[in-house]
Design a protein. Structure first.
Length: 322
């Protein structure tokens, strides 16, 4: 994060360092005993989410989203304060700054071997990413649309693979085995199985800990489920807020996530399942999420330039097409 910010806006290095110091201080205070300190630490994290550093929209978005995730972690720590007080500040900082739940982490059997393998995997993923970008860049103007689509799909896969490899390398450096995040989501037979057991399990666990479990423990599981999806909607709306999206895009994104618990309720009542039901749910609601997102990113000239617009002659070659 710090290296990315400094590379994009070196003049704001001090502000990025202040961001890290504020978040680290906030998490440290939340991990310690004392209600006043915990409240001050939590407000530190919230302030960084409301006022992320950086001049450019993209940098503010990156640091803002990172701050929002730390706010969620700090909230989890406030729900079970004694657990983190007993384990100390070092454990709490690792918990707050890792994507997956450190409480459920599996230690690596051989740290050195796993770290070496993670480095090799990251290098290969980077090579695949560079190769896919180069292939798109070298594609002639009259190339078939199918070929452009295939190369674009490969490029998208390479981006995701590289991000995943970098995170696995990050975990290996901490001596932690990389957990499964997407557990074969296409094999889901119900919407509840898709959201609860297969899709983005790291974020699902985090939102569940903060918004679902407190209500479930009070016997209000339905309320907890609705709150979780509303929180997920807010999380996905953040890019529009940081980067300046339209009200229509925000409303459609919110509608997509609000529709999910409604469909899950119908599914439960009518005992619906199978590929046909899953397809109907996603083909019926996905345009509410994907449409505004694609249109929004396509309209951001700043983001497009950061994502690799280069010029070759008189025409623009889009390395990261939306």
């Amino acid at each position: 994060m710090l290296a990315l910010g400094v590379l994009m806006e070196p003049r704001n290095t001090k502000r990025f360092l202040m961001w890290f110091a504020t978040l680290y201080t906030g998490i440290t205070l939340v991990a310690m005993k004392g209600k006043v300190g915990k409240a001050m630490g939590f407000l530190n994290c919230v302030s960084m989410a409301l006022l992320p550093p950086g001049d450019g929209a993209v940098v503010r978005f990156i640091y803002g989203m990172a701050s929002v995730m730390r706010v969620l972690r700090a909230t989890e720590m406030l729900w079970t304060p004694s657990f983190f007080e007993e384990r100390g500040v070092a454990f709490s900082l690792k918990f707050a700054f890792l994507y997956h739940d450190l409480r459920k982490a599996t230690p690596l059997a051989n740290d050195d071997v796993a770290l070496s393998e993670a480095i090799v995997h990251t290098r290969r993923s980077l090579a695949a990413l560079v190769g896919s970008i180069a292939a798109l860049h070298a594609l002639p103007d009259r190339a078939p649309a199918v070929l452009r689509f295939v190369l674009g799909a490969l490029r998208s896969w390479a981006v995701l693979a590289f991000v995943e490899a970098c995170y696995a390398l990050h975990l290996a450096a901490f001596g932690i085995q990389s957990p499964v995040c997407f557990d074969k989501p296409l094999e889901s037979r119900t919407l509840a199985e898709f959201w609860n057991s297969r899709w983005n399990l790291a974020i699902k666990s985090q939102l569940s800990n903060v918004f679902y479990k407190p209500f479930a423990e009070m016997g209000h599981k339905a309320v907890g489920q609705w709150c979780t999806f509303v929180a997920s909607a807010a999380l996905h709306i953040c890019p529009f807020l940081y980067l300046g999206g339209s009200r229509q895009a925000i409303l459609k994104t919110a509608a997509f996530f609000v529709a999910q618990p409604t469909l899950m309720l119908v599914e439960s009542k009518l005992k619906l399942s199978g590929p046909g039901w899953i397809s109907a749910c996603f083909f019926g609601t996905a345009p509410l999420f994907i449409g505004p997102l694609c249109s929004f990113f396509a309209s951001l000239s700043l983001l497009r330039s950061v994502h690799g617009l280069t010029r070759r002659g008189s025409r623009t070659v889009e390395i990261f097409p939306v």
